[in-house]
Design a protein. Sequence first.
Length: 308
Amino acid sequence: MTEDYQSELVMPPRKTKRVAPAIAVIAVILAGGAGYYAWTIREGREVALARAAKLGDENKSLNDALELLRTSSGDLGSKLTTCKDELTTQTATFDDVDKRRTVLEADLAVCQSSVKDLKVQSREQAALLAEFKGLTGKFQRMIDSGKLDVVFRRGKMVVKLPESILFPSGSADLSNDGKSAIAEVAAILRQMGGRRFTVAGHTDNIPVGSGKFDNNWELSAQRAVKVTELLIDKGVPAPNLVAAGYGPYDPIASNSTGTGRQRNRRIEIILEPNLRPLPGDALLEKASAKKTPPKAEAKAPAKAPKKK
């Protein structure tokens, strides 16, 4: 019993030896945990610091980007304003160009019309010149003999005969040479069928002396009538002839000299231009005829009853 008792008395110290290692283990574990925890905290702190630095860099980048955006926005606004101004200027330029184009197109149309008119006038002038040359050729023998002249006056062909060939001074009676000259003229005018002629008498400005004519106008008209009557006698159709007296009021030279007055005393046979009737002339004539009131029939006045 004593040994057993002693053995039991010896047991507690062994138990103490077993607890110490456990505490040491626990202490190691706690130290390791504390170290791990400290390491974890430090690592987290470093990660947090890295993230904070990264966020700072990103924030700086964002601020830089924002500043760049603001600057770019200002430049963009300025550019937009400049573009708008340029667009307005170009639009105004385009409008001016369009207006100018319209004006040029109108001018071109006028020029084309003018060219067309000039071509027509050129053809008409060529035809008139050919006719003038033909007329001059027909009268060439009389032109060479000094009996008449063929000229253009006021756009018309004129056969001009001097008074000295046709009439004695101050008279409306044709001389023999005048009758012969008018007969030759009539032979040529008869060949121009359908053409109308105006026989015009002209004088100088010297008043007529005492005689059968009151003034130069009356003398010029009577001379034109005499020539017209002879032309009709020689075969020129009467409906194609008109007699007119101009007196001294259509001179071709100055009346201040004897030579000028001699040139002014003349008979002109004016070839009126051939005017083709327009397509609507017949309709207009019919319309005007309908509007003309019929002539009232003349009634004989009632005879008064005879007195018984």
